[in-house]
Design a protein around this ligand. Structure first.
Ligand SMILES: [Zn+2]
Length: 920
């Protein structure tokens, strides 16, 4: 029997095949949308063209999440709306446009939770364009497939004493908890998938900042064994090793003035630049009568006073958004006696003689600069838009560094050959870490690079921290004007250490900025908006091609990056200079006027018509190729032209049963190479080499194909659209998106036993039968051991002899997929009358069980050649037996070899013509 079984991907793991099936189904419905996967096959970005819509951003994002979470191998019920900033909406405005005073995008954020416990490090951001139809244009994800695993019983909160003990064991010194320990599920770090474990999230500090022995770590600790499953240093060193605030004038009699300081100019250390008087925005002014006011963005303040009142007015390096703490002594303040109606101007560091006072002014000013700069491109940036008096600690008694620790930024005094580190780009860098943290991204090389990027965008100086080392005013510690190349392993050609590798993103941003500034007067604004808003889409710590996708998606002005984006060229070239490739544009348009075949003749000769039309570019004549893989690697063939942009492929012979893959390639007149499908080698077209591709059954349960329901249950199988508002243990939708499926009652849980029997399926040619099923239980009325679902098959022809082939007793709040191989070497013998029987059992009325079935499909490939009509005797040879059969059947139908219904001289001639040939 010339028959080959078709396996729908690997069926070794039902989960895996379900993910593959869902991804394939998604790509079928959204052929121009693309997926970026990690080397482990995790989907990290879905992008390219719109792949969902809604009535509003929430609806669009939630519909995508609910419908397609299986792409990630994660049930939709585990994806819980999670705001970037506690107490806010999980919908985050992204990319503010001043000209329209509107946001272009909304990001909807979800984290993965199992039974209410967050899975550490997970999130899904669904990006929606704020325009009619609300197209979904990007899904940025970092999720963990945890299967049926659940955390089990645990105390409402972890034990504080155990958490502290774990931290102290880790530090080897007394420690303090930064916040209360919480439960999280640890299923591996970034790009790692481990067996999930319930763990305590512990964040603790030890030592003192002014003593130079301060440490802060995040630990995930096994509550039973105290084992530390994950550790993260929360002290990020900078080196290896538009808000209206002015209080309206309420009285005619006030004290007013400005607050300013002698601050170090531009981007270098104080040794390298001059100090100039600069207004200190949002600075706090207090009076001895109890009044406190904040200056406006220009440092101007108005202090209400009573008629004729005289008060002591104090100005310090503290303001609405930042508090500078001098770690080497008293904070710098100025106090003056002033009377109602007078003007009082404060100039900090006027004498400019003390490094430590200068550091306080610089830290205050630069912190406000980087915050204002960020809010200019996203006034709704999480946390920082409203966070007040963020601690900025200066003059720490240590040398040659600065750090961010998730609740402050910190700078060192001049010593050890280094200048005081509280200046311009170092402050921007440390606050850049805060921006990365507030965006919910990981730090690592991305955090270091983005810290540097903030300095570059604000100062325009690619040298990072000139004068960090005393006497070195022309060079910094890193350089954004670099040629660091992306390396898939090893981070970058500039090194894998996080600060060195961070130069990869600062290098890309610098080159994009150069490209943009050559073309646009507001080039720096364009790249700044992209760099700042793209932080909100970043997951984890890596710098790779996902960032290119994020920038292009945010730059785009329609829901299609294939047709280019307003600054595609400048962005793509900037990344390309660092070996990060941008998704290819649709330079040429490929189409198939007669469709593409699902099978090709194993003997060769099947033809396929193709059109190649110019889109963004013209095709270079003679460059058109088709690459065909019939099972032993690609064979490159010229694409024969039939004139006027039309071509015809002729498929070569291929062993029957093989899946033949093919892809088209052409060059444009301006030298771009274009593949179709464009993300080859990730995808390509396929067809089976076969005499016939047979569909034995393809039932999405939209029509009644003859299934029968029997049994004693009061809640029997019924073909319905599942109600969308049920609890998690009942499906909210069918599996395949067609609408209907079979469920044990539309609403109620199952009671008794209900049997669903298929119509006869012609599985005589064998193949693979695939299906989806649902089997879930309610958590507080769980199933009994005898409950569950079973699958029986009958192959005896009349559906009387049943064989048990599946016996399910595991429960999950999601659709699962499974398959049966049918044929001589399969689990089930081939039969032209195959019957299936799904039996759902819940005999105790107190239990709560729900079962479902959907998407029954079976495809087989037929490799049997057309019958050999001259072999009348059926012995595989055309020989004397067949001649005798013609003579014996003369005048009747029995010796008919030509198919005309009778036996005459034509049949005799045919036998003689085929004499000696073999038939298989
Ligand atoms: Zn850093």
């Amino acid at each position: 029997m010339g028959l080959v079984l078709v396996a729908a991907g690997s069926v070794a793991s039902a989960d895996l095949s379900q993910i593959e099936t869902t991804r394939a189904r998604f790509m079928e419905l959204h052929p121009t949308t693309k997926m970026l996967k990690s080397s482990e096959g995790q989907v990290r970005r879905i992008y390219g063209t719109a792949f969902g819509h809604g009535e509003n951003p929430l609806d669009a994002a939630a519909s995508f999440k609910d419908r397609w979470s299986d792409i990630y191998g994660v049930p939709a019920t585990q994806l819980v709306p999670t705001p970037l900033e506690e107490g806010r909406s999980h919908l985050q405005p992204i990319v503010y446009r001043q000209e329209s005073d509107a946001y272009q995008f909304t990001g909807a954020y979800y984290s993965q939770q199992i039974d209410g416990v967050p899975v550490y490090g997970t999130r899904l951001c669904v990006l929606v364009r704020n325009e009619p139809g609300y197209p979904v244009v990007l899904a940025s994800s970092q999720l963990k497939q945890t299967g049926d695993w659940a955390p089990g019983a645990h105390a409402p909160v972890p034990d504080r004493a155990a958490a502290l003990a774990a931290a102290e064991r880790f530090f080897g010194t007394p420690a303090r908890l930064v916040d209360e320990p919480t439960w999280v599920i640890f299923a591996g770090g970034e790009d790692e998938l481990l067996e999930p474990r319930l763990s305590m999230r512990v964040e603790a500090v030890t030592g003192r900042k002014f003593e130079g022995n301060y440490r802060r770590w995040l630990l995930l600790v096994d509550p039973q064994t105290g084992e530390i499953l994950y550790e993260e240093n929360r002290v990020l060193n900078c080196f290896p090793q538009g808000v209206s605030t002015a209080v309206a004038a309420v009285a005619t009699s006030d004290i007013s003035g400005t607050v300013s300081g002698m601050a170090t100019e531009w981007s270098g250390a104080d040794e390298c630049e001059i100090e100039v008087e600069t207004q200190l925005p949002y600075a706090q002014v207090t009076a001895s009568n109890g009044q406190t006011v904040y200056a406006d963005s220009n440092g101007a303040y108005v202090l209400p006073t009573g008629e004729g009142e005289t008060v002591d007015v104090t100005s310090g390096l503290i303001g609405q958004w930042f508090t500078v703490n001098n770690q080497a002594g008293e904070d710098a303040t100025i106090t003056r006696e002033t009377s109602d109606g007078e003007t009082e101007d404060f100039v900090h560091n006027w004498s400019n003689a003390d490094e430590q006072v200068r550091a306080q002014v610089n830290a205050y000013l630069e912190a406000n600069i980087v915050r204002d700069f960020t809010l200019q491109f996203n006034p709704a940036y999480p946390v920082i838009a409203t966070q007040t008096q963020f601690p900025t600690n200066v003059n720490l008694n240590d040398s040659c560094n600065a750090y961010y620790d998730y609740s402050s930024t910190n700078y060192y005094i001049a010593s050890g050959g280094c200048n005081n580190t509280a200046f311009s780009v170092i402050v921007h860098h440390e606050y850049g870490h805060h921006l990365v943290a507030c965006a919910g991204s990981g730090q690592g090389e991305y955090g270091e690079g983005m810290g540097d990027v903030m300095g570059v965008l604000i100062t325009g100086d690619p040298q990072l921290a000139r004068g960090f080392f005393q006497g070195q005013c022309s060079t910094g510690i890193r350089n954004a004007d670099n040629s660091c190349q992306y390396l898939a392993s090893g981070c970058s050609s500039c090194g894998s250490q996080i600060h060195a590798c961070g130069q990869l993103i600062s290098g890309c941003v610098w080159d994009i900025r150069e490209n943009l500034m050559a073309e646009y007067p507001n080039g720096n604004d364009i790249i700044s908006s992209l760099a700042i808003n793209a932080m909100l889409l970043h997951n984890g710590t890596s710098i790779d091609e996902a960032i290119v996708i994020d920038y292009l998606t945010l730059d785009d002005d329609d829901a299609d990056i294939g047709n280019g984006t307003p600054h595609y060229q400048e962005i793509a070239l900037g990344f390309q200079a660092h070996d990060l490739d941008a998704p290819q544009l649709d330079f040429l348009s490929f189409s198939f006027p007669d469709g593409r075949p699902d099978k090709v003749d194993p003997d060769g000769g099947t033809t396929l018509s193709v059109r190649i039309d110019p889109n963004l570019a013209e095709v270079l004549e003679g460059s058109e190729q088709v690459w065909i893989d019939s099972g032993s690697g690609y064979q490159v063939l010229d694409l024969p032209s039939t004139g006027d942009g039309s071509y015809e492929v002729m498929f070569p012979p291929a062993t029957c049963g093989t899946e033949v893959g093919y892809v088209f390639r052409a060059q444009t007149t301006d030298g771009s190479l274009v593949f179709n499908p464009s993300d080859w080698p990730d995808s390509f077209y396929t067809a089976y080499a076969a005499e016939d591709v047979l569909v034995a059954i393809d039932d999405d349960f939209e029509t009644d194909q003859g299934w029968e329901v029997t049994g004693t249950s009061t809640t029997p199988w019924v073909r319905v659209v599942p109600p969308a508002d049920g609890p998690a243990w009942k499906p909210q939708s069918d599996y395949d998106g067609s609408g209907r499926c079979y469920l044990t009652h539309a609403q109620a849980e199952l009671d008794g036993t209900t049997i669903l029997t298929s119509p006869p399926i012609d599985a005589g040619d064998g193949g693979t039968l695939t299906f989806a099923f649902w089997l879930a239980q309610r958590q507080n009325n769980p199933a009994q051991p005898e409950d569950g679902m079973q699958l029986f098959v009958s192959t005896d022809g009349d559906g009387s002899d049943w064989t048990l082939v599946r016996d399910w007793h595991t429960y999950a709040n999601e659709w699962r997929t499974d398959s049966l191989t049918i044929g001589p070497e399969g689990e089930v013998p081939a039969s032209p009358y195959l019957f299936l029987r799904f039996v759902a059992i819940d005999e105790d009325v107190d239990n709560r069980v729900k079962a479902g079935v959907d998407a029954i499909q079976m495809i087989s490939v037929d490799c049997e050649s057309a019958p050999c009509p001259s072999d009348l005797s059926g012995d595989g040879m055309v020989s004397v037996d067949d001649l005798l059969a013609v003579i014996a059947g003369w005048g009747g139908p029995d010796g008919d070899a030509t198919g005309d219904g009778t036996t005459n001289v034509d049949d005799l001639l045919q036998i003689i013509g085929d004499w000696g040939s073999t038939c298989e």
